[in-house]
Design a protein around this ligand. Sequence first.
Ligand SMILES: [Zn+2]
Ligand SMILES: [Zn+2]
Ligand SMILES: [Zn+2]
Length: 138
Amino acid sequence: MIKYSELKNILKQHNLRVTDCRMDVLEYFIKNNQAFSFKNLEDEFEKYDRVTLYRTLNSFTENGVFHKIPSDTGVVTYGVCSTTCSPQSHNHNHMHFQCNCCGKIECLAEDQIPEIKLPHYEVMEVDMIIKGMCPQCI
Ligand SMILES: [Zn+2]
Ligand SMILES: [Zn+2]
Ligand SMILES: [Zn+2]
């Protein structure tokens, strides 16, 4: 379970003021350890209005707390960034896993990327989605 003070620190490190909405959203992501869409948050946090939730996601994305995960369904989900992301440097080299059974999307650890060899190309970012069944669904 993540502590209140740790959540506060994450916000501070990313130049974000502490608000109830930011704390709740961040805790929800970290606690569940998976990616969520704007719609998921709307359903979960009925006490906050859409604009507040939207702004929270936006400020998190801009300041390096969350990153967007594209998917073929057109629904953007958001994942928690690694601690090294900041407003200035916000890039990722990890893959995502999408479960075909429960629909859950997760960030995989950076060291779970196979080495990519592309002679004559310079790889700057790896953005792949692996699909299959998550451990809970197998
Ligand atoms: Zn990031
Ligand atoms: Zn699953
Ligand atoms: Zn991710």
